[in-house]
Write a protein that binds this ligand. Structure first.
Ligand code: AHR
Length: 513
């Protein structure tokens, strides 16, 4: 069957909400080899490091311009007591990481190490405080320790540990998954706690906190409503009370039951399509939470924060089941690219998103070998790299007419083409994903409203969906220049005809006059 070309109409001079760079945020938990072995190797390591932090990892992430890093969890955050992670490392108390592998945590990576990492990365810290097993005082004092200038008990303690100046900490999490590992609380009970904890997380010495209430799992819109109700009322027209500035939710691309989520690398086409249906569902869920928030906060003063997202497969054979180490194929990259398209379309409400997790855990950017130390960039890394021009750019609506770009998957239909766009200064970036496993897609870009002077394009694809990168073959899935973009005059504006190969992700950069 010959498919009609899809048409994507973009008005380059009609801009929408800004795509916050924080939609490209990251998450690093004390889990498996994310912190220990991933970011942190210790000062005595043979690997190049600065104060114990791996410099090759830092360099790779700086290329992504990662805007923020969420730490120390996850579920770990609600067991973490920050005072155990300051002072001389050898004197720090140990604890058991009950959530992740039941292993002993030596607390060698603590507050000062995390802030040093953020400084090396040029990323804003997003600290997740302990509501589940901590106290209001403990959290309040952590904020004071980090951010207070002048004389105060916590500022003086920080100085005693070698840091004179306070740090800037813009993002603060009020616990994590309180409906589960963060305390098994009911929504109303947590909503009151969020107000209480937020009250004592003070803005100090000019540091303004963006406090994030821990939110729903998936499509639990009732949880979001409970949080919104506690700061506003139904269509009452008032701005919400300013206790917390963001409300989070978590959404993972998991297919199958938790006991058998499937292999990261060994899957068939049916499993691939099922994954893509699940990945594209993120947009419906963003829309659902945003709709609830719109009722209680029509001015959109409170941000929606997806602070955990990504694929979750069975761990790699032979690895610790509690360490969540998985490989990362072209399939993972396409999951990421369609997430970003959805994020761009909801930039009016979505203020931040954090992929889980940056190194060696779940849908990682970077995998490191525990023995040789070799570093591998995953296909997902390349999607982040290709999208950096979307950071803080103005979104552009894409009117997509693609009646043939669909596949029946069980009782549902998967739209196999996804496009989003943004503009900044005299450039625009168009992102295009063809999810079809076997068929190429022809897309006619109809670019109106501004003159396009030149274009260039890059593509991420591979022979097979299962292809991935390893230390022995690090560039099996990597970015290449893409030539299949040609001028076409069948449009009202500037026309570009794009031949997207099956299972591919491409970006087209436009120079505008
Ligand atoms: O990212 C792994 C875990 O997934 C996090 O610790 C938790 O918040 C979520 O359930």
């Amino acid at each position: 069957m010959t498919r009609a070309p899809a048409r994507a109409v973009i008005d380059l001079d009609v801009t929408g909400p800004t795509i916050s760079r924080h939609l490209y945020g990251h998450f690093a938990e004390h889990l498996g080899r994310c912190i220990y072995g991933g970011f942190w190797v210790g000062e005595d390591s043979g690997l190049p490091n600065e104060g114990g932090i791996r410099l090759d990892v830092v360099e790779a992430l700086r290329a992504l311009r990662i805007p923020n890093l969420r730490w120390p969890g996850g579920c770990f955050a609600d067991e973490y007591h920050w005072r155990d992670g300051i002072g001389p490392r050898e004197q720090r108390p140990q604890m058991v990481n009950t959530h992740w592998g039941d292993v002993v945590e030596n607390n060698h990576f603590g507050t000062h190490e995390f802030m040093a990492l953020c400084e090396l990365l040029g990323a804003d810290p997003y600290v997740s405080g302990n509501v589940g097993s901590g106290t209001v005082r403990e959290m309040s004092e952590w904020v004071e320790y980090l951010t207070r200038d002048g004389e105060s008990p916590m500022a003086n303690l920080r100085r005693a540990h070698g840091r004179d100046e306070p740090w800037r900490v813009p993002f603060w999490g009020l616990g994590n998954e309180p409906w589960g590992c963060g305390g098994n609380l009911r929504a109303e009970a947590y909503a009151d706690l969020a107000r209480q904890y937020a009250t004592y997380c003070r803005d100090q010495s000019g540091n303004t906190l963006y406090r994030i209430a821990a939110g729903a799992s998936d499509d639990d819109y009732a949880w979001t409503e409970a949080l919104m109700k506690t700061i506003s009322c139904l269509s009452c027209g008032n701005e919400p009370r300013n206790y917390f500035q963001g409300v989070s939710f978590h959404y993972y691309t998991v297919t199958g039951p938790w006991q058998h989520k499937g292999s990261a690398t060994e899957f068939d086409t049916d499993a691939y399509y099922t994954t893509m249906v699940k990945a594209r569902k993120v947009e419906e869920i963003i829309r659902g939470h945003a709709a609830v928030m719109d009722v209680y906060d029509p001015q959109k003063t409170v941000g929606l924060v997806l602070d955990e997202w990504g694929t979750w497969w069975d761990v790699e054979p032979g690895t610790h089941p509690g360490f969540l180490y998985q490989q990362n194929t072209l399939r993972d990259a396409l999951v990421a690219s369609v997430h970003f398209d959805a994020f761009h379309r909801h930039a009016d409400r979505l203020s931040m998103a954090n992929i889980a997790q940056t190194v060696n855990v779940l849908q990682a950017m970077i995998l490191t070998d525990p023995d040789s130390g070799a570093l591998v960039l995953t296909p997902t890394y390349h999607v982040f790299a290709m999208n950096t021009a979307h950071h803080d750019a103005a979104s552009l609506a894409v009117h997509l007419d693609a009646p043939d770009a669909r596949r029946d998957v069980g009782i549902t239909t998967l739209e196999t083409l996804s496009v989003s766009a943004s503009t900044k200064d005299d450039t625009a970036l168009v992102s295009l994903t063809n999810l079809d496993a076997d068929e190429p897609a022809t897309v006619l870009l109809d670019l109106r409203g501004r003159t396009v002077t030149t274009h260039s394009a890059r593509i991420l694809t591979a022979a097979k969906l299962q292809d991935h990168n390893t230390a022995a073959a690090p560039d099996t899935v990597t970015v290449r220049d893409f030539d299949d973009v040609t001028p076409d005059d069948r449009t009202y504006g500037h026309g570009l005809l794009i031949e997207l190969p099956a299972h591919s992700y491409a970006t087209v950069e436009l120079q505008l006059a």
